[in-house]
Design a protein. Structure first.
Ligand SMILES: NC(=O)c1ccc[n+]([C@@H]2O[C@H](COP(=O)([O-])OP(=O)(O)OC[C@H]3O[C@@H](n4cnc5c(N)ncnc54)[C@H](OP(=O)(O)O)[C@@H]3O)[C@@H](O)[C@H]2O)c1
Lengths: 506, 280
């Protein structure tokens, strides 16, 4: 029966998730404390958590429910975005439970099951469960098999089970496939939610809105007009204490495999027949399967490690001097590569992708750079200062869009043209109403809406793109050093100069 | 006025007296972070003083991307605010008019309201709610909306999501609230329209709406909010639970209102439905 209070014309009513409990593994971890638990509180505060919500923490600590609640409380107080309200906290904390145990101990899962079933009775969570695995991916198989052994993943009619995993989704194609097999033992593909918090950002979703809601961009969105596309994710900080994680991952796996290839897919994909998740995924998959690496990887990719130096007026350590990084580490902190998309639309248009730590400033953007006008009816001096037109999606910070084009210099007797930019500032986030990416993604998990999550095909296709580069880099030994506070190693400039182009300064 | 911030999406005309001017302007400025807009606060000050227009203008700055002009129209000029407004409307973008208190009888016919496709009133600031409600009803034109309706969204959403979990018909409903609470009257009317069932209005001590009950053959679905923030939910056969149902501050209400600028038909139906409600 349809709900008489829900009228399709009534677009104010938000979707509120149904009752459920969330079982959180890795509650003592950084991510759980800084992002997941605060986001749950923020959702509660905004009235988006279902009536009947329980949170069960699982960790190898001897905590009582109250001491875990106190941990959550501290994390919320420190990191939540919305104001702390005692009464909201009281209602949330009444549904918080803790189970002490080792991830490897099957008996602990019996206790977990008992606690979750008790929540069903006491809080009305109705047998629906989200398992949030905020733990190193190496532990997924044992968690999944123990969950299965305990019967926690079985569901009765009308109940649902979902599992949430965080990037990295493997470290190459083989390991990603193995992860899928492991999760697949207990969960169907549409029950697996892979969180890439970039995709929860409104500015990323705005790429599709701008492209497909307007008449004026799509006609020129092809190789007839576009010269190249530059996708940049730069951080000004170093590895910030996450040495063991970062050293085993590196820039390409950490950022290119997921965020940047997803941005590429959104920028390059064809218009989907609708925005249903199947159809968006189908279009993204087509693009990712059409992505090709250059024949000679050495000439068209670049990598590096940041060297000691100065940044923003402060002396900073080099990557190899960071605590926990072995001096012979071959992990890259900068990665850049050229790829092409083998399709009629994108024939001959290079996509340059780069990411790095300790670069000039913190910025993520997609810059679409256009070809020169086919004819310029000006004297050559008049257009000396004119460069290529560009349309830039600024993902962060200063979310918005920049357009660069040529315009007359005022007050010159003769015709002089130079670049001007026009900025559109996307409405920024604001007090209680604009959710942080994690809130949005967690809410989508609770609602069971997967469009913002990469599926396993996309993940596998991304690894298929990246693996040959990583293999080649592994043969080359230690990457060259680059100066902190700049825009990467000389090889990055060389690789693009070979194509007769330059990087845009973001 | 040049426009250094080019991302403006609408022009907001606030027509108000001095009492409400600063709160309303501040709410609009906060809301402009989400909906970059040009804000014109028009304060007519009729009376015998000199005919004069004073304007204060703020552009950009720490407050966010909005532009603000506060315009006081004294003496004779107070009747001609529209002539000040015309050149200041952003070209080819939507216009919203907002009367934080004392709205004209037919907002769509008002000399300022005429320019706006969205016209926002606020019944809660009226000293005589039943009279004001009758006036809103009589003067309703699609595109009108009232913040008393906006305040209801979280209640309506909570009731709807309760009903998501239930099968079977609703026999009747009860809304309890402070007397003459405009939001509660609209809630009762909305329920009556949607459920096609009798809705009883009970007065309580408040604050605001304190209870909503949907009566089904299997038992009552009840949301009770005795204070301002947290409500308890009860339904047959399931343990009680609680949800946050905070009363939201003005900037948030305004931001919700500006998210969509096409007529809110559901509001229109609920408003017009209040005619039969008041006769019960
Ligand atoms: N932090 C981020 O910003 C970020 C961003 C993207 C993705 N991720 C991913 O999110 C996940 C969690 O990240 P994190 O930064 O929170 O990691 P973390 O700080 O290292 O925390 C890992 C958690 O796993 C638990 N754990 C580790 N080994 C265990 C074992 N043998 N038995 C039981 N528990 C064990 C830890 O519990 P103990 O306290 O008992 O050791 C801790 O709660 C990882 O998959 C990571 O790759 C993190």
């Amino acid at each position: 029966m349809t709900n008489p209070l829900r009228d399709p014309r009534d677009r104010r009513l938000p979707k509120v998730a149904g009752p459920c409990s969330m079982i959180l593994f890795g509650v003592t971890g950084d991510l759980a404390r800084k992002k997941i638990m605060p986001a749950i509180y923020d959702l509660a505060n905004r009235g988006f958590l279902p009536p009947g919500f329980g949170l069960v923490g699982f960790a190898r600590r001897e905590w009582a429910d109250e001491s875990f609640a106190a941990e959550v409380h501290d994390a919320v107080r420190e990191h939540a975005r919305t104001p702390f309200r005692e009464d909201v906290w009281a209602q949330l904390s009444a549904g918080i439970r803790f189970v002490a145990g080792d991830i490897n101990d099957p008996k602990a899962y019996g206790r977990l099951k008992a606690e979750v079933s008790a929540l069903d009775r006491e809080r009305g969570t109705m047998g629906n469960r989200v398992f949030y695995l905020s733990i190193p991916p190496g532990l997924f198989p044992v968690v999944v098999s123990n969950l299965r052994g305990s019967g926690l993943t079985e569901s009765h009619e009308d109940e649902w089970r979902r599992v949430v995993v965080e990037k990295p989704f493997g470290h190459d194609l083989a390991s990603a496939e193995a992860l899928d097999v492991g999760l697949g033992e207990a969960f169907a593909p549409d029950e697996i939610f892979r969180i890439d918090h970039y995709l929860g950002k409104e500015t990323v979703q705005n790429i599709l809105a701008v492209r497909f809601a307007n008449a004026m961009f799509e006609p020129i969105w092809n190789c007839n007009y576009i010269d190249n596309v530059q996708i940049t994710q730069a951080e000004d900080i170093g590895i910030a204490g996450r040495a063991s994680y970062y050293n085993s991952i590196g820039a390409a796996r950490d950022v290119i495999q997921n965020h940047l290839l997803q941005l590429l897919a959104l920028t390059a994909m064809e218009e989907p027949p609708s925005f249903s998740s199947d159809q968006v995924h189908a279009e993204k998959e087509k693009i990712l399967s059409a992505v090709q690496l250059p024949d000679d990887i050495d000439l068209h990719t670049a990598r590096g490690q940041y060297a000691a130096g100065w940044q923003g007026g402060v002396p900073v350590a080099g990557f190899l001097e960071e605590e926990g990084i072995p001096p012979d580490s071959t992990t890259e902190t900068f990665a850049a590569m050229r790829v092409t998309v083998e399709s009629r639309r994108w024939a001959g248009v290079p996509f340059y992708i780069r990411t790095g730590k300790r670069l000039g400033r913190r910025v993520t953007e997609v810059a679409v750079i256009f070809k020169r006008a086919p004819h310029l009816p000006f004297a050559s001096q008049a257009v000396e200062e004119l460069s290529d037109n560009a349309l830039v999606f600024r993902i962060q910070p200063d979310e918005g869009i920049t357009v660069r084009f040529g315009s007359k210099v005022p007050n010159t007797a003769s015709m002089e043209v130079r670049d001007v930019t026009m900025d559109f500032q996307y409405g920024e986030s604001f007090v209680d109403t604009s959710p942080e990416a994690y809130e949005r993604l967690i809410l989508d998990v609770l609602l069971g809406e997967p469009p913002l999550f990469p599926n396993s095909t996309e993940v596998d296709l991304s690894w298929r793109i990246l693996d040959p580069v990583l293999d080649r880099w592994a043969e080359l030994g230690q990457p060259p050093q680059y100066a902190s506070g700049g825009w990467g190693p000389a090889s990055a400039y060389d690789m693009i100069a070979r194509d007769g182009r330059t990087w845009r300064r973001p | 006025m040049g426009s250094p911030a080019t991302g403006m999406v609408l022009t907001m005309l606030i027509v108000t007296d001095e009492e409400y001017a600063s709160d309303a302007t501040e709410a609009a400025v906060l809301s402009a972070r989400q909906h970059p807009m040009r804000i014109l606060t028009l304060i007519p000050r009729p009376g015998r003083g000199p005919d004069q227009i004073d304007a204060q203008i703020k552009v950009g700055g720490d407050d966010g991307p909005g532009e603000v002009a506060i315009v006081r129209l004294r003496g004779n000029r107070s009747a001609h605010a529209n002539s000040v407004v015309i050149p200041l409307l952003l070209p080819d973008t939507p216009v919203v008019a907002w009367w934080p208190a004392d709205a004209p009888p037919v907002p769509a016919d008002d000399s300022i309201g005429r320019y706006a496709q969205r016209r926002i009133t606020d019944l809660s600031t009226s000293p005589d709610v039943p009279k004001a409600l009758a006036e809103r009803r009589a003067g309703y034109v699609p595109g009108d909306v009232d913040l008393a309706w906006t305040r209801l969204t979280s209640w309506r959403s909570a009731l709807a999501s309760m009903l998501d979990l239930t099968q079977g018909p609703i026999r009747s409903a009860v809304v309890s609230a402070e007397p003459d609470n405009a939001s509660a009257i609209l809630l009762a009317s909305w329920l009556r329209e949607c459920l096609n069932a009798p809705v009883e209005f009970r007065t309580s001590e408040g604050p605001g709406i304190t209870e909503g009950v949907l009566i089904t053959p299997a038992g009552d679905l009840r949301i009770a909010r005795p204070d301002n923030n947290v409500a308890s939910l009860s339904r047959p056969g399931v343990p009680d639970s609680t949800i946050a149902l905070p009363r939201r501050p003005l900037p948030e209400l305004l931001s919700e209102e500006l998210r969509r600028l096409d007529p809110d038909e559901i509001y229109g139906e609920a408003l017009l439905g209040t005619a039969s409600a008041s006769s019960i």
